[in-house]
Design a protein around this ligand. Structure first.
Ligand code: PHE
Length: 365
């Protein structure tokens, strides 16, 4: 048939499993994208070397969105319409996944994010999945840590109002912290890319909090930490997975000593599978893996597993197989996709000592 002929000569021959990756390879969150891309490359290489998916090789097409939601949306459309990918992979940042998800849903091409934690990303979209925990859990994890371990009862919040992830996580933290009897003294805001946070920090200092919750991304958080110390604020800063980048300490120096953040895993987690992944990653890329690469790596393995079970790269079949994922052995945790297309996984608390990150415990949902 003409249809069949068009398919065979198209850019996605039936002999391969085509994944379209959208990542922030440049911009304010460039480490999110480059780490993701490394994790993807490593997984694809290993899977292809081991025979692929029922003999099909995986091929990845990657577009840089420069950290912009509009670019992420454009890349998603291009990957689906022009490149005819079987699966859309990404993004890290929830705001960019939120820009991509309606496109995947509309075109009925499954989308998988390894790192976007805002609940809205997968909400009401039966083609959109994630392999990480969500922010109502992540916010509650840090609220509980602040109350129970740090014995804090009065804290301040400093949120990035131009970032869906930050706004959501701040709200979930506040809700959980107040529910457990704690008090939010002040809730200040900034916008991603700001460089002067002194006004907000001065207002926070005036309330004398026992800790400050800053659910932002590493570039802003690094600057916030330095300026907080310059203003004489010595209490711990608390954060979420958006802190996870080698650049954080590069920017902050010693300013985050004594601070804590929640994350998807920790480098010194003794789990042998994590330690094996870290070794392989270091050998291939010559640098230490962050959480992002681990999340991307396991998510590609999970996608390959779903494609294998689907015995098809067709959208609905792949969607059904992703939805049926149960007890998949990821490296940051065992992954079962629930009815909301999210994963329930443990969170890790990382303590910053000087410039070192130290594993400070695991919290299970
Ligand atoms: N969870 C963040 C978001 O949704 C992204 C992120 C994941 C950042 C993991 C760092 C590490 O925006």
């Amino acid at each position: 048939t003409p249809e069949g002929a068009a398919k065979a000569s198209g850019s996605s021959p039936s002999g391969e499993f085509l994944i379209g990756e959208v990542s922030s390879l440049t911009g304010q969150e460039a480490t999110f994208g480059t780490s993701t891309h490394n994790g993807v490359l490593l997984a694809v290489q290993e899977i292809n070397e081991a025979g692929g998916i029922n003999g099909k090789k995986i091929r990845v097409i990657t577009y840089d969105d420069q950290g912009k939601p509009t670019e992420a949306a454009a890349a998603a459309t291009r990957l689906i319409v022009q490149d005819k990918v079987h699966l859309l992979f990404g993004e890290v940042a929830s705001a960019r996944s939120l820009a991509m998800a309606p496109i995947a849903q509309g075109k009925k091409v499954p989308m998988l994010t390894h790192a976007s934690t805002n609940p809205k990303v997968t909400e009401d979209k039966d083609y959109v999945f994630r392999t990480c925990f969500i922010d109502p859990f992540q916010g509650a994890v840090m609220a509980r840590f602040a109350r129970d371990t740090l014995k804090a009862s009065k804290v301040a919040v400093l949120r990035d109002v131009r970032n869906d992830y930050s706004v959501g996580l701040a709200n979930f933290f506040v809700e959980a912290f107040e529910k457990s009897g704690g008090q939010i003294l002040v809730d200040q805001s900034f916008s991603a890319g700001d460089i002067d946070f002194k006004a907000q920090l001065t207002a926070i200092r005036a309330t004398n909090p026992e800790a400050i919750y800053v659910p932002g991304y590493y570039t802003d958080v690094g600057l916030i930490a330095r300026q907080a110390r310059e203003l004489g604020i010595t209490v711990p800063l608390l954060g979420g997975d958006g802190w996870d980048s080698g650049k954080l300490t590069e920017i902050a120096g010693d300013a985050l000593d004594g601070s804590y953040f929640s994350n998807h895993y920790s480098l010194d987690n003794p789990d042998p599978r994590i330690q094996k992944f870290l070794k392989t990653y270091q050998a291939k890329f010559g640098m230490v893996s962050d959480a992002m690469s681990a999340l991307a790596y396991e998510a590609i393995y999970l996608a390959a597993d779903a494609a294998r079970r689907a015995s098809s790269t067709e959208g609905a079949a792949l969607r059904d197989a992703l939805a049926a994922t149960k007890d998949f052995p990821g490296i940051t945790g065992t992954i079962t996709i629930d009815s909301e297309r999210n994963a329930m996984k443990p969170a890790v608390i990382v303590a910053i000592k000087g410039q070192k990150w130290v594993y400070a415990g695991t919290v299970t949902p």
